[in-house]
Design a protein around this ligand. Structure first.
Ligand code: IVH
Length: 674
């Protein structure tokens, strides 16, 4: 049977993608699997199961989002790749328009275009640009952007207003996100634009919320009501008045010379803005003049994007080395003659893995081209062959771990090569460092340098040993005074009560990220219960699945992990999950009632709403039937709303739902036994 097989495969790849560091297939291949499953389920609805990944919008499944057709298509822009091209465009436009002109210049944000729909002043939908005609509904995700107004300011909002802008990730958020990804040994994002796009397309909006996205608005789409606007500058001012963020760098000029100078200035300042731009967008200000200029098939004639030239430099590749991570992964990196590129000095650049070095064939002694990919992460593009000194040897990936000398292993079909020695000193340092890090036990003052020092001094063999560190043991070490030793020991003591989820994260069990750790802690409640659980029982935990379950079982079966567990238990580290919410005294007002949830609620996530319902004895199902008690319809409800109307099922908005939670159903309402 193809459907169950597809479901299993999709779940497997979802786990790998969201919770592990090593996706095995591309996003496009993943979307194909989901699409195939959707097609089968549409054709044979009997095969549809309520837990199918196609039916779980809140479950962290990257299936496709609901399509949205843009009322006014979202066009692209023509590009000018040099200032000469740009000036030529300006001259052309001025020739067509005989009256005096103004040009508005805007930084070209390197993010992704978004359409925001407001009805009577309330945000009702956010959609990506997609192919310009059809985008994806990402309402729940855009709602998490703090700077985006959920309600328009002012007394008399237009009936319909569609605002367009660019969602982006500020550089500081990008760096913090990649720091966290790196700490968890998860995939790093290549640049802020990819990170923003990935964050906006999360099926779990709480992940988007943790990513700190931002937004600048620059255009109107559909509009019914509101003031009559005659220029772009007026439009931007109105957007500001309504509460939208508008880029403060925007200027206007009466001649193309001023535009030229603005572009030169932006090019010089691009790295001081706090976010990435890849050019300048120049727009004709007067809306009547825009109408006169019109459109080509893909872009307006009244605007153009001046694209900055790519930032690349050449420098000397001094050497290629290999670093060892917590899991033993051996990552080659380039040591470069420091070079200033893309706003900062670059001395090191990752070469990712064995195949990458082979593909690029860069050799120590080569002159190489260095680029800031997306202008942030330095990348070695390749060698300048014309400058290669004679007799330069091809670089060979080491066969042994550079730290402990154990032969490196590359499992068939994998891109990564690993040191498999459990006791490799570098792995020990990285494991302990991960355990004490922010995502896990968060012990202040116990960073990589200190951990390395303590391991070298023979004080630590594994993470369990940190709980036997004493002030007296630390004092003889270099750079440690009485006060810092006391603070450190106090910090370690305090971390004992962080709880099971943090400990589970810190142990670095493959594929067990924060969400799986929390699910395990919540559902199973204790380390003992997790250890005692069978693979099937673990896989049955919502948010775990077969890949993670297998990895957990393997971890407990590995004798190497015995000591750390024993030490944690002996030290009295809390290995318990959060107390289960006591619902025994909640009145079972929804006993026998089924609910269907559709659309986003302001006050509850989908899971929270479902929890409130089940705490009162109700059931949540995914499809509307005659027997359904209530359909709770939030913002942007799906087809379930129409189905409910058709079947005459009671429909509640958010206020109605809250009221029902508080007061229970009226006595003459849907009869559960009918
Ligand atoms: S105006 C019809 N203004 O660039 C004009 N676009 O290359 C629509 N972009 O899809 C776009 N900053 O994602 C405009 N200040 C800005 C922009 C901007 C970035 C992006 C946008 C658009 C792409 C076109």
């Amino acid at each position: 049977m193809r459907a169950p097989e597809l479901r299993e495969q999709i779940q497997h790849h979802t786990d790998l993608y969201y919770l592990a560091d090593e996706p095995e297939i591309s996003d496009a291949e993943f979307d194909e699997l989901v699409q195939e499953l959707r097609t089968i389920e549409a054709r044979w609805p009997d095969l549809l199961t309520p837990d199918s990944p196609t039916q779980r919008p809140g479950g962290g499944v990257a299936s496709t989002f609901a399509p949205v057709t843009h009322v006014v298509p979202m066009l692209s822009l023509d590009n000018a790749f040099s200032l000469e091209d740009l000036v030529a465009w300006g001259v052309r436009v001025e020739r067509i328009i005989s009256d005096p002109m103004r040009f508005v210049t805007e930084p070209k944000m390197d993010g992704l275009a978004i359409s925001l729909l407001y009805e009577n002043g309330r945000l009702v939908r956010g959609a990506t640009r997609g192919d310009g005609v059809t985008g994806e509904d990402v309402t729940a995700n855009v709602r998490t952007i703090a700077s985006l107004p959920k309600r328009l300011q002012g007394a008399d909002p237009p009936a319909v207003l569609e605002v367009r802008g660019e969602v982006f990730m500020p550089l500081s958020s990008f760096k913090e996100l990649n720091r966290r990804q790196g700490e968890a040994e998860l995939r790093l994002f290549a640049n802020p634009r990819n990170a923003a796009a990935g964050s906006l397309r999360q099926k779990d909006a709480s992940i988007t919320a943790s990513r700190d996205l931002d937004l600048f608005c620059y255009q109107l789409g559909a509009k019914e009501g509101g003031p009559k606007l005659t220029t772009h500058e007026q439009t931007l001012q109105w957007l500001l008045d309504l509460g939208f963020p508008v880029n403060p760098e925007i200027r206007s000029f009466t001649d193309i010379g001023g535009v030229h100078d603005f572009c030169t200035r932006m090019l010089a300042q691009r790295h001081d803005l706090g976010y990435e731009i890849d050019g300048v967008v120049i727009k004709v200000d007067e809306l009547a003049q825009r109408d006169e200029l019109g459109f080509t098939s893909r872009a307006p004639r009244w605007a153009i994007a001046y694209k900055f030239p790519p930032e690349e430099k050449t420098t000397l590749l001094r050497g290629i080395f290999v670093s060892i991570g917590r899991t033993g992964r051996a990552t080659p990196f380039a040591q470069l003659e420091p070079v200033f590129v893309g706003g900062s000095t670059v001395g090191l650049a990752t070469l990712h893995n064995q195949d990458e070095v082979a593909r690029k064939d860069v050799r120590p002694g080569d002159t190489v081209i260095v680029r800031k990919a997306g202008d942030v992460i330095p990348e070695v593009v390749g060698p300048v062959l014309a400058k290669r000194p004679k007799g330069l040897r091809k670089w060979k990936f080491p066969t042994k771990c550079p730290i402990c000398g154990t032969p490196l292993v590359r499992p068939e079909g994998e891109a990564n090569t690993r040191c498999v020695n459990f006791s490799c000193p570098e792995k020990v340092v990285q494991r302990i460092n991960y355990f004490t890090g922010r995502a896990a036990m968060d012990i202040e003052g116990l960073g990589e340098e200190r951990v390395r020092q303590f391991v070298a001094a023979g004080l630590l063999e594994d993470a369990g040993d940190i709980f036997s560190l004493t002030v007296d043991a630390l004092l003889p070490l270099e750079r440690i005074g009485q006060k810092s030793a006391e603070n450190l020991v106090a910090g370690i003591e305090a971390s004992k009560s962080r709880g099971l989820a943090r400990v589970l994260i810190g142990l670095g069990i493959r594929h067990v990220g924060p969400s799986a750790a929390q699910a395990l802690a919540r559902e199973l409640g204790s380390m003992d219960a997790i250890e005692a659980a069978s693979e099937e029982e673990l896989a049955a935990v919502d948010g775990v699945g077969p890949v993670i379950a297998a990895s957990i079982v393997e971890w407990f079966a590995d004798a190497n992990n015995g000591p750390v567990l024993r030490k944690l238990r002996a030290a009295g580290v809390s290995l318990l999950g959060p107390p289960k919410a006591d619902t025994s005294d909640v009145e079972q007002t929804f006993a026998g009632l089924t609910f269907v949830l559709t659309g986003g609620l302001d006050g509850y996530t989908r899971d929270e709403a479902a929890a409130e319902i089940s705490a009162r004895g109700g059931k949540v199902t995914s499809s509307v039937a005659k027997k359904t008690g209530y359909v709770v319809a939030g913002a942007s409800p799906g087809s379930k709303l129409a189905k409910a109307e058709q079947l005459g099922v009671t429909i509640l908005d958010e206020a109605g739902f809250v009221d029902l939670l508080e007061h229970g159903p009226p006595f003459d309402d849907p009869d559960p036994d009918e």
